[in-house]
Ligand binder design. Structure first.
Ligand code: SAM
Ligand code: SF4
Length: 444
């Protein structure tokens, strides 16, 4: 394979942080094999589409995108197109897509990153390559070259999921739960920090069950405590916490930690016990509220975020009102809200009582309106206070301003003449909308 650096790779990724992390791995492998990064698909010699299948809407968008690339390939015959990610792990879908999109050169699944270099070589030599393995039991991580100066990075601490929530396709396309050993994770983070990373997000579908199935002698809280000792790392975040495994030990570890951010992403999905039971979530509304109360007792400054699904099969208006009530009760800083999407192969797809689309849309709008006003009042309460901000770079809308994040992951925009990127500064909040805070640099 040619190592000339005049070829370019453009990666387009869909879906969650885990998917983003996969995209980063594939991009870094391409980079190591002669492709420089570009964000412009028109300039690329290799386009990687990293897919997601958690909801049907994303899947439709991706299929459309793959179709559009046909024209680009006709114009630029040397262009290589790779399709990766969890969408093609679904039974039967790969074959269908291969027929529909013969212009794609590489098909690669979520378990085959370690082979991507070989697939790329085949495509570079003019061949077609396809490798989509069905399942993985080991945790061989292809650690990408840590991009120099990249401040924020996602780090996988575990893969897959054993929870089988009735709506969710993840266990089917990402395999059974398996955790990476602590020493391997610590080594990866130390290397990232040497290359300029200051903020890591530890990723797992249920970080609170880290190591349990693999019989590790340490748990997620112990892992956090060790990561907190790494010199040069300013911030440690983690997601996702499943309420059913959420322990007091974890809350206490966050309270004690120096660099562990006081941010808990704790999806509740539905406010009604009847819906939670059908969803197979393994907790009740009362238990969830008790866990929130415990967080706020031990970490009063905690930031709380959540995921919510509306229109799960069988959800009545009364059930939905219990979801609204929960949002009214818990001071969520932000909520990611979704309409239930039927995923083939999951238990939820087989349930009778599907909620009509117009009702799902109406519930989503009501929920979003409520959460937006809660998010705004939460941010308005921050006005006048000072926060520690990790400066990320110039604001996209106006480069005269800098942008950064609080420990609670809120975005803050402020004016500065100095280049403060990568440093921790103190900013006083002056105004807010539902998504962004605007502030002024304060004296340390
Ligand atoms: N492991 C995480 C947890 O249990 O909270 C969630 C991972 S999932 C990729 C992210 C979110 O997508 C879920 O919390 C859920 O709200 C949403 N989601 C998953 N499957 C869905 C479906 N079929 N329809 C709508 N939303 C869905
Ligand atoms: Fe999906 Fe539930 Fe596993 Fe989260 S815990 S990935 S929602 S099955």
């Amino acid at each position: 394979m040619s190592n000339k650096i005049n070829k370019k790779v453009c990666t387009i990724s869909y879906g969650c942080q885990m998917s983003e992390r996969d995209a980063e791995t594939l991009t870094a492998i391409s980079e190591k094999n002669g492709y420089a990064r570009t964000e412009n698909p028109e300039q690329a010699d290799l386009i990687i589409i990293n897919t997601c299948c958690v909801r049907e809407s994303a899947e439709n968008k991706i299929i459309g995108k793959i179709g559009q690339l046909k024209k680009l390939k006709e114009k630029k015959t040397q262009l290589k197109i790779a399709v990766a990610g969890c969408m093609i792990q679904q039974p039967g879908l790969l074959e269908k897509l291969q027929k529909k999109a013969p212009h794609v050169d590489i098909w690669t699944g979520t378990f085959d990153h370690h082979q991507f270099k070989d697939l790329l070589r085949t495509a570079d030599q003019g061949g077609k390559a396809s490798l989509v393995s069905e399942a993985a039991c080991e945790t061989t991580e292809v650690v990408p070259l840590a991009e120099k100066g990249k401040l924020q990075t996602n780090v996988n601490i575990m893969y897959g999921c054993d929870n089988y929530c009735a709506y969710c396709i993840v266990p089917y396309v990402r395999g059974r739960e398996r955790s990476r050993p602590m020493d391997v994770i610590l080594d990866e983070i130390r290397t990232l920090v040497e290359n300029g990373c200051r903020d890591v997000t530890l990723l797992g579908q249920n970080v609170n069950s880290y190591g349990k199935k693999d019989g590790f002698a340490y748990d997620f809280s112990d892992l956090l405590t060790e990561i907190d000792k790494i010199k040069g790392l300013y911030r440690i975040r983690f997601m996702t916490s499943h309420p059913k495994d959420f322990s007091d030990k974890l809350i206490e570890t966050v309270a004690r930690g120096e660099h562990i951010c006081e941010h808990f992403h704790l999806p509740f999905q539905a406010g009604s016990n009847q819906v939670l039971t059908t969803m197979n979530r393994g907790y009740t509304r009362e238990y969830y509220l008790e866990r929130i109360a415990r967080i706020l007792e031990i970490v009063p400054e905690a930031r709380l975020t959540t995921d919510i699904i509306v229109g799960f099969p069988g959800e009545t208006e009364e059930d939905f009102e219990l979801t609204l009530d929960l949002v009214n009760t818990v001071p969520f800083n932000q909520a990611f809200t979704f309409m239930f999407s039927k995923r083939s192969g999951t238990a939820g797809a087989l349930l009778q009582d599907q909620v009509p689309l117009d009702i799902k849309k109406n519930r989503l709008q009501r929920l979003m309106a409520l959460q937006n006003s809660q998010s705004l009042s939460w941010r308005q309460k921050m006005i006048g206070n000072r926060y520690e901000i990790l400066v990320e770079g110039p604001s996209k809308s106006d480069p005269k301003y800098l942008t950064g994040r609080t420990r609670g992951n809120e975005i803050v925009v402020f004016e500065s003449r100095e280049d403060l990127v990568g440093s921790l500064v103190s900013v006083t909040i002056r105004s807010a909308n539902s998504w962004t805070l605007f502030g002024e640099l304060s004296e340390p």
